[in-house]
Design a protein around this ligand. Structure first.
Ligand code: HEC
Ligand code: HEC
Ligand code: HEC
Ligand code: HEC
Ligand code: HEC
Ligand code: HEC
Ligand code: HEC
Ligand code: HEC
Length: 429
């Protein structure tokens, strides 16, 4: 308790200077709502009561930012419409779509940081890869003339976002909306989705700081980050007492004391100690830990898989740990984790990729990669087991580093070696 009060005093100074620089504070907020703004609230309180209730509980409502500020559109905007009965025949146009461009009017820094992060490419990279399109429509969708889009609509799009198309009434089509995927491409050209972590219409930082805000996407066999977290000592402490922590401190003033162990946001985004909050989740990373093999990050382009700066990223991440651990503890932890990433690169990915290349050269691979034993196992080796091995080690989840990681990679490698040998000797499948 004492520590928390002390931190509070020290941080009060930091916070007020950070807020003084924030562009939000320079905007004049009109707390008194106009008659038009009130009309939206009154009618929607009847028609969609919980939506208005959520908004009433938000910072936005306390500061007079209301429906009309986010949903009204200039008449010449591609999404401007009067499908809402409350605005029909007036000079107000509205859209249910609210892109980051609207948020940027008041939160330009958060939007710029988001646009520099790997989250930006979540949809673009699916649309730009032939292999992904073939997987979705040809293989999973079985080229069904009517239904082949459903794997995207119910799956990929819900996490990665969509390219929103409009119908003749300027409403989003059911093939592309609703979804709260990360990299949605809006008709106004902006990319991203702020409701991915701060759900509407609360838009709460407390919510975004909890692991649940990431867990709806970062789970499952190919990126089990929430499972790894639960398996880690930090997750152990969060599960035991996280419901008693304070998640409401202002940005850059949410410090150890408010919590005893870090959440996903603490390590990847929050202002902790000297560090400032960032919406660029790639900034504190060293490796690319999702690719076929792991390389240090070295690109300024958010569309590049190696976006980030490895050395700087590691130094920033270590600054997070330094609030609670000594350099001895942190350096030794990363020595263990990096060794496991290197083991994956050297002893699993490299030999598997070599066999794949040789089989390809000799014409011993089935043209359908999803129906060929060697290629299926190869895919699992890097995309499932290999990611779990690397991410498990880097975030302190031993069950994923080992049983779901290196152990299964080893089994995959032995199977690959057997199939390789058989095919090279002219036998086997
Ligand atoms: C801070 C900005 C903001 C404010 C204020 C706001 N909204 Fe929204 N609203 C959004 C965002 C973001 C979405 C999700 C849009 C998307 O998917 O592109 C949304 C979605 C919606 C939708 C469509 C989704 C659904 O569940 O049906 C409606 C209708 C809506 N808002 C009405 C309102 C009303 C009424 C108010 C006032 C009580 C309001 N909004 C206040 C940002 C805002
Ligand atoms: C008289 C009641 C009423 C008023 C006033 C009203 N709305 Fe609506 N609004 C509705 C209803 C009902 C719907 C659902 C319409 C439907 O899809 O059938 C709706 C739908 C919407 C949608 C989704 C549009 C779409 O294409 O589906 C948005 C966004 C919206 N309203 C925002 C607003 C804003 C902003 C205001 C204030 C300028 C406002 N509404 C005023 C009743 C109202
Ligand atoms: C018209 C200006 C305006 C628009 C548009 C706007 N906001 Fe805000 N927002 C504010 C203000 C003002 C605050 C309060 C800032 C503060 O507390 O210093 C705020 C606070 C927030 C917070 C912090 C809430 C908390 O729990 O402390 C979040 C998150 C947020 N906005 C998200 C969004 C998103 C996402 C959008 C777009 C969908 C958006 N805002 C659009 C003005 C706006
Ligand atoms: C709506 C789904 C969704 C949510 C919620 C989400 N993410 Fe992501 N995240 C993604 C997707 C999709 C990617 C992959 C983007 C790509 O590389 O195309 C990703 C990638 C990442 C990356 C790697 C970026 C890179 O440069 O390789 C990190 C780190 C990350 N997310 C952290 C977080 C954290 C922390 C949270 C919660 C505070 C979170 N994410 C919430 C969908 C989500
Ligand atoms: C449950 C949410 C979810 C679903 C569903 C999902 N993904 Fe992902 N995807 C993610 C996350 C989270 C990452 C980031 C992994 C990481 O950083 O370790 C990711 C990473 C990727 C990547 C690697 C990133 C890059 O920049 O190349 C590709 C490609 C990808 N997903 C394609 C797809 C396709 C195609 C589908 C549907 C067939 C799909 N995903 C379904 C959440 C999802
Ligand atoms: C990956 C999850 C995630 C996404 C996506 C996200 N946010 Fe945030 N946001 C957070 C977290 C976590 C915090 C609190 C950071 C902290 O603890 O220091 C936050 C804080 C904020 C704040 C409060 C800043 C302040 O100075 O008070 C605003 C405003 C905000 N976000 C706006 C946005 C906007 C606009 C977008 C869309 C571009 C967005 N967020 C997308 C996770 C996210
Ligand atoms: C104790 C701090 C910490 C916590 C808590 C934490 N992470 Fe991480 N995360 C890391 C570190 C360290 C790395 C590896 C960074 C590097 O490359 O050196 C990492 C890597 C990742 C990656 C891999 C990015 C890639 O290149 O594939 C994703 C995705 C991710 N974290 C998401 C999450 C999510 C989601 C949560 C919560 C469920 C979470 N993290 C909790 C520290 C943390
Ligand atoms: C808010 C404080 C806090 C932060 C920040 C934090 N940790 Fe921890 N960490 C803890 C606590 C508390 C434990 C549990 C110690 C125990 O088991 O008694 C712990 C445990 C661990 C453990 C398990 C081994 C052990 O000593 O118990 C590792 C490994 C670890 N942390 C690494 C990291 C790394 C790496 C970072 C930065 C990326 C980090 N931590 C950030 C508080 C923190």
């Amino acid at each position: 308790m004492k520590m928390k009060l002390f931190m509070g005093c020290v941080l009060a100074g930091l916070v007020s200077s950070a807020l003084a620089q924030s562009n939000v504070k320079q905007l004049k907020m009109n707390k008194a709502l106009t008659d038009e703004a009130k009309s939206c609230l009154e009618c929607h309180a009847e028609k969609t009561p919980q939506l208005v209730h959520d908004w009433k509980d938000s910072r936005h409502s306390h500061l007079g930012v209301s429906c009309i500020d986010c949903h009204s559109r200039q008449a010449d905007d591609p999404t401007a419409a009067q499908n809402c009965p409350g605005v029909k025949g007036t000079d107000i146009f509205v859209s249910p779509l609210v892109s980051p461009k609207t948020c940027a009017r008041c939160h330009s820094q958060e939007v710029q940081e988001f646009e520099a992060s790997g989250h930006l490419r979540a949809r673009v990279q699916i649309d730009s890869k032939d292999g992904m399109q073939k997987l979705i429509y040809h293989h999973e969708g079985q080229d069904n003339p009517e239904f082949s889009g459903s794997p995207d609509e119910t799956g990929c799009m819900q996490c990665h976002g969509s390219k929103i198309e409009l119908d003749e009434n300027k409403r989003p089509t059911s093939e592309t909306w609703p979804n709260s995927g990360m990299g949605t491409i809006y008709p106004d050209g902006s990319i991203g989705n702020c409701v991915a972590c701060h759900t509407r219409h609360r838009f709460s930082i407390a919510e975004a700081r909890k692991p649940a805000a990431c867990a709806s996407c970062h789970l499952g066999p190919d990126h089990p980050d929430i499972e790894i977290y639960t398996n880690s000592k930090h997750g152990h402490i969060f599960e035991a007492e996280g419901d008693e922590w304070n998640y409401d401190s202002p940005v850059d003033a949410w410090e150890p004391g408010d919590y005893r162990a870090p959440t996903c946001a603490t390590c990847h985004m929050s202002g902790v100690g000297e560090l400032h909050t960032t919406h660029n989740v790639s900034e504190r990373l060293y490796w690319n830990a999702w690719g076929k093999s792991s390389k240090p990050r070295n690109s300024k382009d958010p569309m590049n898989p190696l976006t980030g700066d490895a050395e700087k990223g590691r130094a920033l991440m270590k600054q997070v740990c330094a609030n609670c651990h000594t350099p001895l503890h942190t350096d030794s932890f990363f020595a263990q984790a990096d060794k496991h990433v290197n083991l994956y690169n050297d002893s699993y990915y490299a030999p598997a990729a070599k066999m794949l290349a040789e089989l390809k050269e000799k014409g011993l691979l089935d043209p359908n990669p999803w129906n060929d034993e060697f290629q299926k196992i190869f895919y699992h080796l890097w995309h499932h087991e290999g990611r779990r091995m690397r991410q498990g080690a880097l975030m302190g989840g031993p069950d994923y580093a080992h049983w779901h990681g290196s152990f299964e990679c080893m089994q995959d490698l032995y199977k690959l070696q057997k199939i390789y040998k058989e095919r090279m000797e002219g036998a086997g499948e």
